[in-house]
Design a protein around this ligand. Structure first.
Ligand SMILES: Nc1ncnc2c1ncn2[C@@H]1O[C@H](COP(=O)(O)OP(=O)(O)OP(=O)(O)O)[C@@H](O)[C@H]1O
Ligand SMILES: [Mg+2]
Length: 265
């Protein structure tokens, strides 16, 4: 990879160096490296328990790494919380979406960061502005909803996913992390979410997409990296690999030899 840098490739926007994360006796991540380039969609694959979600939670400030370093825009950063990550432009759409079902769409998009005026240390929410900003933002992303006043509990899985993505991108996040955004969706809703990812990329954002679905990875990603038992296993640009090869990586095998990783030195 340093070869690419030598050839004048752009600097990574976000970089993880030697990330180890232990939970007591469990080592979820063991010296993982990751590079995410500007306007790139990077697929993260791996078997159940490979460490994908843990890595995404480290990069979004939810977990502190046990060891290792995060570099954003060529500067080392320490993320103490998701808010720290958001402040530098890293947003995560969680696997469970974390939407407030009883609140309308526009409030969900700006939850905790509502537009308004600060008065005596409190934010007086400007509801009209919140609605208008939400409508404009959904429009930009080509997301159709009946009304931004609709409660999110009334939405389909795909619409809820779209609102969660809108929430993660409402603040011009430069990096959007999505953990299995299509796993629970009906087929026809999957396409919309994938289109949304492409549109984020077109708007200049970089996306990390955790997915078990090869169709999604090969449709929307520029590059794919595989974790195996908490370690880097393989990575390649999408143009230089195949579904079968990537499925092999997920199972811990490489090439035609197909020697399981745990049988190698
Ligand atoms: N909060 C936690 N406490 C203890 N162990 C954890 C915690 N979170 C994750 N782990 C462990 O770390 C390992 C990696 O889990 P992780 O959720 O990152 O896997 P994953 O690749 O996202 O899997 P999946 O595809 O099933 O979502 C697993 O062994 C898991 O049990
Ligand atoms: Mg996971």
């Amino acid at each position: 990879m340093s070869d690419a840098a030598d050839r004048g490739a752009p600097a990574p926007l976000l970089e993880a160096r030697g990330i180890t994360k232990r939970f007591g006796a469990i080592t979820a991540l063991d010296g993982v490296d990751l590079r995410l380039f500007p306007s790139e969609v990077l697929g993260i694959v791996g078997d159940n328990g490979a460490g994908k979600s843990t890595l995404m939670k480290v990069l979004s400030g939810l977990y502190a790494p046990t060891e290792g370093e995060i570099v954003f825009d060529s500067r080392p950063v320490v993320l103490h919380s998701p808010r720290d990550a958001q402040n530098i432009g890293i947003e995560m759409v969680y696997q469970d979406l974390a939407l407030a079902g009883n609140l309308p769409i526009h409030e969900n998009i700006y939850l905790g960061r509502e537009p308004g005026r600060r008065v005596l240390g409190f934010t007086v929410v400007d509801e009209k502005l919140s609605r208008r900003m939400a409508m404009d933002h959904l429009d930009r992303l080509n997301i159709t909803v009946k009304s931004v006043d609709q409660g999110v509990e009334e939405l389909s899985g795909g619409q809820a996913q779209a609102v969660a993505i809108a929430r993660a991108t409402a603040f011009e996040g430069r990096v959007v992390i999505m953990d299995e955004p299509t796993a629970a969706l009906a087929i026809r809703e999957v396409g919309k979410v994938l289109d949304l990812i492409k549109s984020l990329k077109d708007h200049g954002a970089s996306v990390m997409l955790v997915s078990h679905r090869m169709d999604d990875v090969f449709f929307v990603c520029d590059r794919v990296m595989a974790l195996f038992h908490g370690r880097n296993f393989e990575e390649a640009s999408i143009a230089e690999t195949s579904r079968n090869e990537v499925i092999g990586w997920i199972m811990g095998t490489r090439g035609h030899a197909a020697t399981p990783a745990h049988e190698r030195a």
